[in-house]
Ligand binder design. Structure first.
Ligand code: ADP
Ligand code: MG
Ligand code: MG
Length: 971
């Protein structure tokens, strides 16, 4: 192996190694070489080295594929010779010869990229079967039927993949060569009155082959190649080409996989699961990928080729007794049908999981009583399963705590917190179909039958459920658009199940009662007929579908695995996590999710929604006052409401910090428009309605977002600030006197200058003294700080920090003012900006590290230069977005604050950022460097901007490209 990698280092010329052999207990490659050999090739090599039975073969590198595309379809120098040499080696190990009439070697030609793209690229099986080699194989296998069947499968796959797709031919709808051949097969079965392919005899298949060959010639104008070597090179080129197939490209867009990677190509000795009753094929997982339960879990089919299990054509059998369900209990498990081989397979799966220290997704084939492994890869799993596996693997001492934390993606955690069908409603709902629970959680939507419709309806703002017989890789975009997916065929490893699980989407597969009629756009199930546009609801956790639109509820947070994972994250993270909460109820929820305080309490909240009538009326009186005396009177009336509101939330937080923001929105937002409301208010103020309307007009602004709001109100109406500060401090003093801990942080919004803060702080200091006198205490604990949401504030942070003890970045406004993009109107152009690559992301979703991030960093550095202990947090919506959390960690913030439901996600992202930091520092520097505070490392990064960007990019969690929510206005 060392020799191999040294060879590959020699750049240029003939000595570049393009081909890596594996088999017979040896391999040139290793699992670490995924970039060069693709995931499949690297793991085949690894398995071979581990002594696991793998059919021998070789891998052509992704570099060769990249070269192929850069050079208009030409192979790199030396590739042909290296392939021939490797083929000779395969022949030696197997004792068979490629293209040999007496004892022919057959191979599969398989794609395999760096990152798994299941089913998105092509594979051709049975390559090497020709009129010359068939008789030899018939003689050796003693099974003509099997050989003819393999040959007709080869024609089917090869004509489709190599002769049509790779040649760039785009047939008309329904006229693809594969479909034409399938129609011939159906026609023959109909003629003979048989149902299953297996009922066709050798003679029938021989006849079918003749028909197939004529059909191929007619459809494509070329004969099916009857030469083994020509087939092999055709297959290799087609696998490379499939990297740029439509499906592969669209999958890469969704998953954010770069186009430049290319695919490797694996040429591997064929083994046959369809040789008779002692043959079989299957797909399995070392743990249940839907629940995380630690049982060997999978499906198999006797007498079948690998494709059959995943294609969802036959409903597969459970692999063992433990994995049986009500629907599969009558089917024979591999455990009982072939106990010895099952034991061997079970031992291999244990070895693989221990070796890779992660759940593996494996493919195997049994050829006439001998077991072969065809693939292993780290298995996709949904959120609940990811969490359970991570914490259980720590308990099993398979992995450490840090690794467990890194194993769960923040969006997977989201799935645990995602809605499920309301159990109360479900109890009385009428199930219309039952299938396999392929993707958990609940989903409700209107029925559509095609992927295109799913995309189109979603665009119109509808919520849809995609109902299909089965899905295939062409459907991925529609599957993405759908709220949930329901199929009538296929098992837990079918395409629909695999894809849905990867995305954590609600999905039911193999609901056998569902009969889709595409012509009338309806489906029937258990006597119910539903048409396109009708509402249905799925419970993907149970695998049950219901008619109608059932209500959803949030999933339980009490999941013990979730709690255990959260405890692990708290061990490694440095960033604090707080919640934005405006009510005692929100505060309690936030604490249940692990929030360490409230990072944003919006005073104005009490003037909206339930119970707001009285305080709102009094606020309006205050706003509409025209003299200070009038206003003071109104403010005094408002005071008890504000105080009570703040006290309740401070009490709920029991001494954890609560950042209370003084009144932020422009006042005109509260002006009444309804005539009755105006009349009532005018009456209360003792003025005419006309006079009131005039005062209201005077408050109107051309650009209220940049108008008379935030601190500007406090400067113009000091009594308003005064009242709020008094409310906070009196509430605190009273709580303390009652024996309840409380710690408010008074935060002034929309500041751009230190002078504004000096002005407001004077008020705060004076009120503090008055409150102390009133309650007979020396001081009322609190701190005084500001939001940083205007670029000028960030740039003058050094001065501002002289007056305040903390900063909280309001990144919604900071983004708005840095870009000059109105966050209420960005919807009009943001999609174009992203589509055209002008913006990589919506900056209101994830922090723009280049400029907004730079302002944040400058603000922190200048602020801390003045006041080293300056506390810094973020309270914009970015505070719960994983990539932004990573950024906040990197610039040395003390905490992030986000909506209560995002708190667990922020905790996980914060822990991952800290672990990634630790891991990145270790190998480069020694122990001393590893102990350096993360802040310092982060500062250096931003100073060396280019380097920093690369680093940050590498460490960023994977993006979710498709999720582009419309930005909402929310202060
Ligand atoms: P994918 O990446 O889409 O899963 P694969 O390369 O794994 O594609 O091949 C598709 C199917 O063909 C698999 O189910 C596999 O079991 C089967 N297959 C591939 N190579 C061989 C082989 N050498 N012998 C038998 N079956 C094979
Ligand atoms: Mg595969
Ligand atoms: Mg703001």
């Amino acid at each position: 192996m060392a020799k191999a990698s040294r060879q590959s280092m020699k750049a240029g010329g003939k000595s570049v190694k393009h081909v890596y052999f594996f088999g017979g207990g040896k391999a040139d490659g290793t699992a670490a070489m995924k970039n060069l050999l693709g995931g499949k090739g690297a793991n085949l090599a690894e398995m071979a080295s581990l002594g696991i039975p793998v059919p021998p073969g070789f891998t052509i590198t992704t570099d060769a594929c990249v070269h192929y595309f850069k050079n208009g379809g030409a192979y790199p120098t030396g590739l042909k010779q290296q392939v021939e040499k490797a083929l000779r080696r395969v022949e030696e190990v197997t004792g068979k010869t490629f293209g040999d009439p007496a004892n022919p070697l057959l191979v599969s030609v398989r794609s395999g990229a760096r990152q798994s793209m299941p089913g998105m690229m092509e594979t051709v099986l049975n390559v090497g079967l020709t009129s010359k080699t068939m008789p030899g194989l018939i003689k050796r296998s003693g099974n003509a039927r099997f050989v003819y069947d393999a040959y007709r499968r080869l024609i089917q796959m090869y004509s489709d993949v190599v002769m049509e797709k790779a040649a760039g031919i785009e047939p008309k709808e329904g006229m693809g060569v594969r479909q034409q051949l399938e129609r011939e097969l159906h026609a023959m079965k109909k003629r003979l009155g048989v149902k299953q392919d297996t009922e066709l005899s050798a003679k029938h298949l021989e006849e079918l082959i003749g028909i197939y060959k004529r059909t191929v010639k007619n459809a494509l104008g070329k004969p099916f190649p009857d030469d083994a070597i020509e087939q092999l090179w055709g297959g290799i080129a087609a696998v490379f080409q499939s990297w740029n197939g439509k499906r592969a490209i669209s999958y890469r867009r969704i998953e954010g996989i770069p186009d430049e990677w290319g695919t490797a190509c694996n040429v591997q000795t064929m083994v046959f699961g369809n040789m008779g009753d002692k043959s079989a094929t299957g797909v399995a997982f070392t743990r249940n990928p839907a629940t995380g339960e630690h049982i060997f879990y999978g499906e198999w089919l006797p007498n079948a080729q690998g494709e059959d299990v995943v294609a969802g054509i036959r409903t597969p059998n459970p692999i063992n007794e433990a994995g049986k369900t009500d629907d599969t209990k009558h089917l024979a498990s591999l455990e009982t049908a072939m106990p010895k081989l099952y034991t061997q397979l079970d031992a291999i799966q244990r070895t693989l999981e221990r070796h890779y220290t992660d759940m593996q997704d494996i493919e195997f084939t049994i050829e006439d009583g001998t077991l072969y492994m065809l693939q292993t890869r780290t298995g996709k799993r949904n959120g609940p399963a990811a969490v359970r596996m991570a914490v259980e693997m720590v308990r099993e001492k398979l992995i450490g705590a840090d690794e467990a934390v890194m194993r769960v993606r923040p969006d997977q955690l989201d799935e645990l917190l995602h809605p499920i069908v309301d159990p109360a409603a479900e109890r009385t709902a009428k199930p219309i179909a039952k299938g396999l629970p392929a993707g958990p959680g609940g989903g409700t939507g209107q029925v559509v039958f095609t992927a295109n419709d799913a995309v189109a309806w979603k665009k119109q703002g509808k919520q849809v459920i995609l109902v299909r017989e089965e899905t295939n890789p062409e459907d991925v975009e529609g599957m993405r658009a759908a709220a949930a997916i329901l199929t009538s065929r296929g098992g837990m490893t079918s395409h629909a199940a695999l894809v849905a699980r990867g995305w954590g989407k609600c999905c039911i597969v193999g609901a056998g009662s569902v009969e889709v009629d595409m012509a009338s756009r309806t489906f029937t199930t258990n006597g119910v007929r539903l048409k396109e546009g009708d509402w249905i609801t799925l419970n993907g956790t149970k695998g049950v579908a219901y008619e109608g639109k059932l209500p959803m509820v949030k999933a339980a947070e009490e999941n013990p695995d979730f709690v255990a994972l959260m405890e692990l994250t708290d061990k490694s993270r440095r960033l604090g996590v707080r919640a934005n909460a405006d009510t005692p109820a929100d505060a309690k929820r936030a604490r249940a999710f692990g929030a360490q305080g409230i990072g944003l309490f919006r005073t104005e909240h009490m003037f909206y929604g339930a119970g707001s009538d009285e305080p709102l009326f009094k606020l309006r009186k205050m706003i509409m006052s025209s003299t200070e005396a009038e206003r003071r009177a109104a403010v005094d009336e408002l005071f008890p409401h504000v105080k009570a509101d703040m006290k309740a939330t401070l009490e709920a937080m029991e001494g954890l910090p609560v950042t209370i923001r003084t009144l932020d929105p422009p006042l005109h937002e509260f002006v009444p428009h309804a005539p009755e409301a105006q009349a009532e208010l005018a009456g209360a103020l003792g003025i005419s309605v006309e006079a009131l309307q005039k005062r209201a007009r005077d408050l109107e602004e051309t650009n209220p977002m940049m108008g008379h709001r935030g601190v500007r109100l406090g400067v113009t109406y000091p009594e308003v600030t005064e009242m709020q500060v008094r409310a906070v401090l009196e509430a605190t003093a009273e709580l303390l006197a009652e024996g309840t801990r409380a710690f408010p942080e008074i935060m002034i919004p929309v500041t751009c200058s230190v002078n504004e803060l000096t002005n407001q702080k004077e008020i705060a200091v004076r009120v503090h003294d008055e409150v102390c006198a009133k309650y007979g205490v020396k001081k009322v604990p609190h701190s005084f700080g500001t939001m940083i949401e205007i670029p000028r504030a960030a740039l003058t942070a050094g001065k501002i920090a002289e007056v305040v003890e903390f900063f909280s970045y309001g990144t919604n406004d900071l983004t708005q003012m840095t870009f000059g993009f109105s966050r209420d109107d960005i919807g009009g152009f943001a999609p174009d900006y992203i589509e055209k690559g002008i913006l990589a992301d919506d900056p209101f979703q994830t922090i723009d590290t280049e400029a907004v991030g730079e302002l944040i960093d400058i603000g922190i550095r200048r602020g801390r230069a003045t006041r080293p202990k300056l506390k810094v947090g973020i309270c914009g919506e970015h505070g719960g977005e994983p990539r932004s959390v990573w950024f906040c960690h990197g610039v040395g913030m003390d905490y992030v604050s986000c909506s209560p439901f995002r708190v667990p996600i922020a905790r996980l992202a914060a822990a991952q950022a800290a672990i990634a930091d630790k891991r990145a520092v270790r190998p480069a520097a020694k122990k001393k460097a590893a102990r350096k505070p993360a802040k310092k490392a982060a500062k250096k990064k931003v100073a060396k901007k280019k380097v920093a960007k690369k680093k940050v990019a590498r460490k960023k969690p994977p993006r979710k490209k498709a999720a582009r929510k419309k930005t909402r206005r929310k202060r």
